[in-house]
Design a binder for this molecule. Structure first.
Ligand SMILES: [Fe+2]
Length: 295
């Protein structure tokens, strides 16, 4: 007679772990990429995503694309580019409506804007998706209120969404687009045990506080930027310095050099929705491949 373990192994590609309880656990592997900034960010994503998918056997990819179009907003072309890199869902933030081309993509199925925008705002804040290995996954996009525009309470809203979403799947992923680490950490504790992962975006600076919280929720305060690091948060450092030193207006172009893709890989027990691990990555774009990554 074939054992359960053997049957699962024959099914092939899915990652499994033989636990101390002597049962095989199907593992969902999710890649999260932090704010993609302009063309360098899109190039960095195109370079790193296939490498990381191969390395981690990733099943699902979430990309924050709110800065993808020239550093602010999302357009049809940048949407297509991100999706061509293997993204399953594109989350955003406070810059989603900055580019006038947003109306043509805000209603695309895999595009989210923060759920705490008014209900009358274009787009939606969460959705149910299916990974390539057939797992149902809810992705939720929230925005903070500390040092940001006044919005609906993300804590209250998250509770409402979790209540509905948990009837559809045990795997819930959250992008908390916020300025203050305190607000993100507080939301992490608030949602611990209720969601599989909560990752912070918006600051463009990767934090070193990734961990699985006691209730089984993977957490990091900020994924970091996917974009040019020879910069100030992705913008030309000369212009930013001029503005800060003179207090005079300056145009902040997207920088170009030292491109890196930043984020985390999270492994989740499919049967319980609990995170098993979270690991940071920061992949520098290798320019000696001879491949034109800008196409
Ligand atoms: Fe933002």
């Amino acid at each position: 007679m074939t054992s359960g373990a053997a049957r699962l192994t024959v099914k092939g590609e899915r990652q499994k772990r033989f636990l101390e309880t002597s049962c095989w656990v199907a593992i969902l592997t999710v890649l999260f990429f932090g704010d993609v900034v302009g063309r360098p960010g899109r190039d960095g994503l195109a370079y790193a995503a296939p490498l990381l998918v191969e390395k981690h056997k990733a099943d699902f990819i979430v990309v924050n694309g709110e800065n993808a179009a020239a550093g602010s907003g999302l357009t049809p072309a940048t949407y297509t580019k991100i999706m061509s890199c293997g993204a399953n869902v594109i989350t955003t933030g406070d810059h989603i409506f900055r580019n006038r081309e947003y109306p043509s993509i805000i209603h695309e199925v895999p595009v989210l804007r923060p759920a705490n925008y008014p209900k009358t705002a274009d787009g939606k804040g969460w959705g149910l998706y299916t990974s390539k290995n057939g797992v149902r996954i809810v992705v939720m996009n929230l925005m903070g209120r500390v040092f940001m525009e006044p919005m609906r309470c993300p804590f209250e809203l998250a509770d409402e969404i979790v209540q509905t979403a948990s009837q559809q799947t045990k795997i819930i992923l959250v992008d908390m687009h916020a300025e203050a680490t305190s607000e993100k950490i507080a939301l992490g504790w608030h949602l611990d045990g209720k969601v599989s992962a909560i990752v912070g975006t918006h600051t463009h600076v990767q934090t070193a506080d990734e961990r699985v919280l006691p209730g089984g929720t993977a957490y990091i305060s900020d994924l970091g930027m996917t974009g040019p690091y020879d910069s100030v948060l992705g913008r030309d450092k000369t212009a930013v310095l001029k503005k800060l030193r003179t207090a005079m207006p300056a145009r902040f172009e997207v920088a170009e050099n030292d491109i890196r893709a930043c984020g985390v890989v999270v492994k989740i027990d499919e049967s319980t929705g609990r995170a098993m691990s979270i690991e940071r990555f920061q992949v520098p774009m290798e320019l000696r491949t001879g491949i034109d990554l800008r196409r």
